[in-house]
Write a protein that binds this ligand. Sequence first.
Ligand SMILES: [Zn+2]
Length: 409
Amino acid sequence: MRGPRALAVVAVLLLAAGSTAVTEGVPAAAPPADRPCALRAAPGVTMSEGFGGADGRQFARATGEVRALTLLVDFPDKHAPYSAAERYSEFFPAVRHWFYRASYGKLRYVSTPVLRYIRMPKPFQSYGIGRGYGWRTHTAMMRDLLRVADRRIDFSGYDLVNVLVTPNAGPPAEQAVLSVTWTGASAATTDDGTSLDRVSLVYGHDQSGARVLSHENGHAFGLPDLYSVEDFGHTDTLAGQWDSMSLDWGLQGDLFAWHKWRLGWLDDWQVVCVRDPGARSVHLTPVEVPGGRKAAVIPLGRTRAYVVEARATRGNDSEACREGVLVYQVRTDVDSGHGPVTVEDAHPRTTACEYSSATFNALNDAPFSSGGRFTDRARGLTVEVLGRDPDDEGWTVRITTSRPLWDGP
Ligand SMILES: [Zn+2]
């Protein structure tokens, strides 16, 4: 969980060099006229929250049939303690089901496993794998993997590769989380010319169970980390447990509507774009169930928007702590791991569901319920929760803006 779990190679180098988290001076493109709320990815930002980031090819398509090759590896000094089939069953079919629910059936995840452990040619210790390990280590591992696996396994025709590492390699996940995804460059090339350019590796046993792989694959689809890389404790004030790209062991394990829109799981009509001054009512059905309007987006500029959505204890959020209306801000100019999404807390002085996590519970009671009101005084914006419809469990909100918040695109 911690560390730069998933970064394009270029981004790793930039972060190592201490790049700023907010890219200034590079203008983001205007959104297209027919999708004025679909803010564009800001140039130079690692896994930007905008649409169309990194020329699109770096990331896997997240709709239709997504094919994953899933391999299991162990090492001469770390023999697998139980069968490959058992290790595989820790993640599948759970991950497939998770994506099916999250995408309303639009992402059909097909994992092709090789149900035996591939013994890596060198000891685990020799790779020097630690938290946030680097690109050189990754390429060394992938080349070694191909040395022993390329002859017998056909790597061609897959959208991504999963590597499930024997769980006894490395420290327990509560000490250091090593799981990582690499996109954006090829770590190694097979004999028939297939590039290993989207690889998710899972180590140890996370408290998130199978969701650690949903999180890692989320990076392969272009989603950023929402937790704080530099100050992990600060995560509590960013997105908390409301999205699996934040804390993947959270109670609220689904994804934000913004992410679902970006991934093509929501149609444009399901997102209300609020641009003109005035008051309007919007009925929002819960993000966790298919159908209906899912979000209101209020752009504040080319790189910033408020998003309003409804959350319920359904589907991937069946354990959710509180139901209600979430308000959050998305920024397309903030790097992965530096807070591209910040949730507004309806109850800033309290926490909830403390049992779920020792220290990350401040936002568990973030949703607004009937009568609740979010106000951004400086911008003249108010979001009021008018009530809930018992039939579809959706919430009606009134969004009022006293003046134009953005005259673009
Ligand atoms: Zn991550």
